[in-house]
Design a binder for this molecule. Structure first.
Ligand code: WTA
Length: 654
């Protein structure tokens, strides 16, 4: 778990409260206090009323059908996600409103109005069709944060193909596995992407990955960096984006999709070594992201909304693309790093585009805290009116810093809890209705029924820890794990039959507020990125000198959690700092730099129970109670031996 019991006790003693600002209480999109009670009394009616704010080609026959664990929403309804994010805004003056304001890392920028977005999406939908993409196909997108990524997603949705976006920081092997699992025939990429002044060679990674993906017939390449060295195109397979769209017609009829047709797959880490393809469908996902964006971020016509997440993660899918565009909002999209060229880049962007709503991660806030208040102080942040955070628990200190130095005590903070699987935000304040407490995601969104339960599934009393569960299906919930319904059932629905198991631990306080502790399974959150400890372990044991590895997340001041790997070597292999570095690089090559272990601890043995299970809790205790400096990481963790003895006596006694 990300927080220990002591920290949590201190959190629950947190008694600062921040009621909604008076102007928001009077003007917010959600300002009727009855909203919660009405949604609780009739959740299906609540969701149906909001689904009806979207445009449907054919109305649904039934709001909700539940054959546990398989849910269907708006059954029989037909709609298109691209139509809802674009075309319906073209009927009014909104056609000339900025849909995307994009800022490249080197400082270049582009603005696309809704009309522009429509044209580009239609042209790229034609390009995809020319490459043979049909309704129901999966297209893999491995791209930097450039407008073409959003355009490609919406073009897929327009013709009825599902996109599978693979984060540009993932390695060749991770990309290969995701292309193979989704059985994509087409991959869209860019020659490269900018990151902290350097270039990520995306197309080169695709070339490597495709050596083992014979089914891929076409690759589309956006010219982003334009270096000759990256211009290597494979004849008959590779196409420049600009050449493909050049002559394409300007309109493309959106495909009427069944509400339950696949909209996208997004791979995320679970408790095994193999990432799972989370399946989201059209009608429910769009209803969930549309409604949550409207109420939580209180989007008004003249807002400028900036969610800093990369589109490669669910936060980018739901709150850079689908949620805000379905609301007809102006979205800011930024390509690069927060400290390039200087540590005020985010604040510069807020000042430059007069951003009103800003949504980022606790790990970013803690980094800004460390950099110092002089950076935000240099810029005019007076346009901001609402702040959000997501991805991991936010400590009250970071919350207060955000509140004072970014929001200037004017902006309420929405601490939003949700997951790739939930599709949309689940536990969160509403800015005009809910009093916030630093460190708490507060209460479930209207229509969502969450609880904290014990081992037997019974609700625990206030102040007691337990499993966070969702008791009733909701429209934007995952429908399946791609190609693996058994894993879907086992992972989410078997712990407490018919109830969704989140994998998080939580407590509720006397006011019914939720305090999320973090993961209770083998998933960790490193700088908000979701990583499976088993994935890192498989990457380590793949190295020829490694016999066994156990990976845990330990507390880290800035990143929330850091990765500690306990490694036993094969006979004859020599421990060294060089080998430790090689192992880190090996993991980066297998998964991506985000999964690089922070510490490698060589040990003669791993502590195990009699049945052979690695005692991770013990390893976590060791990792968190020791200073793991450069030298100690190499020391034989003999402490494990003595702890093992202690543990086995305990085991015998108990
Ligand atoms: C964690 C990210 C505490 C949690 C949208 C969850 C949070 C996992 C919060 C999902 C929050 C996300 N407070 N913890 N506000 N938001 N989490 O799939 O452990 O990348 O299970 O989705 O992030 O991560 P994922």
């Amino acid at each position: 778990m990300a927080l220990d019991e002591k920290t949590l006790d201190a959190l629950l003693a947190e008694n600062r409260t921040f009621p909604p600002p008076a102007d928001l209480a009077a003007s917010a999109n959600a300002r009727d206090p009855e909203l919660y009670a009405r949604a609780a009394a009739d959740p299906e009616g609540f969701w149906a009323a909001h689904a009806a704010e979207l445009d449907w080609f054919r109305p649904w026959d039934t709001v909700f059908q539940w054959a546990p664990p398989f849910a269907q929403w708006f059954v029989g309804g037909k709609l298109n996600a691209s139509y809802n994010c674009i075309d319906r805004h073209l009927r009014t003056w909104r056609r000339n409103k900025a849909a995307l304001i994009w800022e490249g890392e080197p400082g270049d920028h582009r603005v696309l109005t809704y009309q522009d977005l429509h044209r580009e999406v239609c042209r790229f939908a034609h390009a995809l069709r020319r490459l043979g993409v049909k309704k129901g196909d999966r297209v893999t997108l491995y791209m930097p944060m450039i407008p073409e990524l959003a355009i490609a997603m919406l073009a897929c949705a327009r013709l009825g193909a599902a996109h599978s976006v693979v984060f540009g920081g993932f390695s060749v092997e991770a990309l290969r596995d995701r292309i193979l699992d989704a059985e994509s025939h087409v991959v869209v990429t860019a020659d490269g992407g900018y990151r902290r002044g350097g270039i990520v060679p995306l197309k080169r990674n695709v070339d490597e990955a495709l050596k083992e993906c014979p089914q891929v017939k076409s690759v589309v390449v956006v010219r982003r960096v334009g270096h000759e060295s990256l211009d290597v195109m494979v004849d008959g397979r590779d196409h420049w984006w600009e050449e493909l769209v050049h002559e394409a017609p300007l309109t493309f009829e959106p495909e009427p999709m069944d509400s339950e047709d696949l909209l996208f797959i997004l791979y995320t880490s679970g408790t095994t070594g193999k990432p799972k393809g989370i399946v989201h469908t059209t009608g429910g996902y769009l209803t969930g992201t549309y409604t949550t964006t409207k109420y939580i971020f209180d989007l008004k016509e003249d807002d400028v909304f900036w969610c800093t997440a990369d589109i490669g993660w669910i936060t980018g899918h739901s709150y850079v693309v689908y949620g805000p565009l379905a609301n007809g909002a102006t979205v800011v999209m930024y390509e690069g790093a927060p400290d390039f060229p200087a540590r005020d880049r985010f604040w510069e962007i807020i000042e430059k585009y007069r951003v009103t709503i800003f949504y980022t991660a606790p790990t970013a806030i803690r980094t800004f805290m460390r950099w110092g208040t002089e950076w935000p102080a240099k810029r005019d942040l007076s346009s901001l009116r609402l702040l959000g955070t997501v991805g991991e628990p936010i400590n009250p200190e970071a919350w207060m810093w955000y509140y004072h130095f970014i929001g200037k005590e004017r902006c309420p903070i929405m601490d939003t809890w949700w997951q790739t699987e939930t599709g949309a935000i689940m536990i969160t304040p509403l800015p005009g209705l809910v009093t916030t407490k630093p460190g708490s995601a507060t209460i479930p969104f209207p229509g969502i029924e969450a609880d904290v339960v014990d081992n037997d599934g019974n609700p625990v009393p206030p102040g007691k820890g337990g499993y966070l569960v969702i008791k009733r299906p909701w429209p934007s919930m995952l429908r399946n794990i791609y190609g693996d319904p058994e894993r879907f059932k086992a992972q989410y629905w078997s712990r407490f039959p018919g109830v969704y198991f989140t994998g998080d631990g939580a407590r509720r306080d006397e006011d019914g507020y939720f305090w999320v502790l973090g993961r209770i399974d083998d998933v960790i959150k490193v700088s908000g990125h979701r990583i499976g400890t088993m994935e890192v372990e498989s990457a380590l044991v793949d190295h020829p000198l490694v016999a066994e590895a156990a990976v845990i997340g330990r507390h880290h001041e800035i990143k929330g959690q850091a990765i500690t790997a306990f490694v036993t070597l094969k006979e004859g292999a020599q421990r060294s700092e060089i080998l430790a570095q090689q192992l880190r690089d090996h993991v980066a090559a297998k998964i991506g730099p985000i999964a690089k272990p922070d510490d490698i601890i060589f040990t003669a043995e791993l502590p195990k129970t009699r049945s052979g299970k690695i005692m991770r809790r013990l390893l976590r205790d060791i990792a968190e109670s020791r200073q793991l400096g450069d030298t100690s990481t190499l020391a034989d963790a003999s402490v494990i031996e003595s702890l093992k003895k202690v543990y086995s006596t305990e085991e015998e006694a108990g």
